[in-house]
Design a protein around this ligand. Structure first.
Ligand SMILES: [Fe+2]
Ligand SMILES: [Fe+2]
Length: 164
């Protein structure tokens, strides 16, 4: 059986992952509304990934005999000043999620919860990828004029992302 403190912390993380999914869904609709279907599509894939992260924790709790406690999901922003501002929010949001995953790992060490440590190692690796992807898009957006053709080229490239 999983400890109460670990159970509560993972339930909080489920909410954070589902919020991530909700945030990226909102961003996807913002880009769709601004006729950038590549950005919108890239974020739609991200919506599913974040939901899958939430479900990974969900299944883990069920497997450990813990009770999943779903909480209200906060309302995300629906407007951004530019593509760059939106992806800067992705970047800062992912950094916050990484901090949260790291704190969970520290708790798992303190609790001597070995199964949680193994699960969280997967998430630690995943966050390296998430932060790298966000940083890359932010840096490329910073390089290009917000009204230049390069934005459309980036949109085209992002549109090629398939599901994982
Ligand atoms: Fe996530
Ligand atoms: Fe993420």
């Amino acid at each position: 059986m999983i400890s109460k403190v670990m159970l509560d912390a993972i339930n909080e993380q489920i909410n954070k992952e589902l919020y991530s999914s909700y945030l990226y869904l909102s961003m996807s609709s913002y880009f769709a509304g601004n006729n950038l279907p590549g950005f919108a599509g890239w974020l739609r894939v991200q919506v599913d990934e974040e939901r899958a992260h939430g479900m990974k924790f969900y299944d883990f709790l069920v497997d450990r005999g813990g009770r999943v406690a779903l909480k209200a999901i906060a309302v995300p922003h629906s407007e951004w000043k530019s593509s760059l501002e939106a992806f800067k929010e992705v970047q800062s949001h992912e950094a916050a999620v990484t901090a949260s995953i790291n704190a969970l790992y520290e708790l798992a060490l303190k609790e001597k919860d070995y199964p949680s440590q193994v699960l969280l190692q997967w998430f630690i690796t995943e966050q390296v990828e998430e932060e790298k992807n966000a940083a890359e898009i932010v840096q490329q957006l910073e390089l290009i004029d917000a009204h230049g053709t390069a934005v459309l080229m980036l949109d085209h490239r992002l549109g090629k992302r398939g599901g994982e």
